[in-house]
Design a protein around this ligand. Structure first.
Ligand code: NAD
Length: 252
């Protein structure tokens, strides 16, 4: 594997499993020092990285809480002395419900984690880049539900649309400081989140694979690689972009 992140420090949130764990392993295999951050235990991810000879530090973070997010960025600076890139990927799904029956507390929790969480991470990471004066790259995880409606998922759809707005604003505001900000929009991907949704709503097990032209779910690794590329110098001219990684599902 190319060591194109040698000497770089990268934060990944939602790194305990799924797409974030795959991205953490890939960044580390490419030479990055990775802050492996999640609200859940990240031992499986950190063990996989160190067993493969990579370097990382575990971080317990709640992306919905600003002090926790600021402490995550500070951990990168204290441990490795700098920050070069971040993959703001933590997110949750929610119970399917018609909008008029949606649970208000659940709406607030999803917005707090999926939208405000992206804002808080961008805010703290960009502040570190600006103070360093070195530029940097950030990728936020949106979703196909960031550009089309996911029926019965008002909060998730609104939050993922909002993430794209934040990404565009940040890309515009910080372009002159060599800070690139992009979004990755996964389609149905075989992760613990999607497996749990299909377990809770068995009809989804029929519908979701059929929603992709190939009939198969994406692997977490295939989505992670798109995010890793967007963070790499190879994507140096890409900013404010929404990269759909769904095997062609949305373009039908
Ligand atoms: P996942 O459940 O495996 O990973 C999400 C991670 O986020 C978990 O490890 C979880 O502990 C963490 N997390 C949740 N709340 C947090 C918080 N408050 N602070 C810090 N970490 C928190 O699921 P995944 O599918 O890998 O999801 C990654 C991202 O991809 C999410 O943003 C999700 O919305 C998005 N996404 C997934 C799919 C899919 O089909 N799997 C499709 C589109 C978008």
């Amino acid at each position: 594997m190319e060591r194109d992140f040698e000497g770089k420090v990268v934060i990944v949130t939602g790194a305990a499993g799924g797409i974030g764990a795959a991205a953490s392993r890939s960044f580390a295999a490419r030479g990055a020092k990775v802050i492996v951050a999640d609200i859940a235990a990240v031992d499986e991810t950190t063990t996989a990285i160190t067993d493969a000879g990579g370097e990382c530090a575990a971080c317990r973070v709640d992306v919905a809480e600003n002090p926790s997010v600021e402490a995550m960025v500070q951990l990168a600076l204290d441990t490795y002395g700098r920050l070069d890139a971040a993959f703001n990927n933590a997110g949750i799904s929610h119970k399917l419900a018609s909008l008029h029956e949606a649970d208000v507390d659940e709406w607030q929790r999803v917005i707090a984690i999926n939208l405000s969480g992206a804002f808080l991470c961008l805010r703290a990471e960009i502040a570190a880049f600006v103070a360093q004066g070195t530029g940097g790259a950030i990728v936020c995880t949106s979703s196909g539900a960031g550009i089309v409606a996911a029926p019965m998922q008002a909060a998730y759809t609104a939050a993922k649309h909002g993430v794209l707005g934040l990404v565009k604003v940040a890309a515009q505001e910080y372009a002159r400081q060599s800070i690139r900000v992009n979004a990755v929009l996964p389609g149905p991907t075989d992760t613990p989140m999607l497996r749990a949704s299909m377990r809770d709503n068995p009809f989804l097990e029929q519908i979701i694979p059929r929603s992709t032209p190939t009939g198969v779910l994406a692997t977490p690794e295939s989505v992670a690689e798109a995010a890793v590329w967007l963070c790499s110098d190879a994507a140096g001219a890409v900013s404010g972009a929404s990269l759909v990684v769904d095997g062609g599902a949305l373009c039908r």
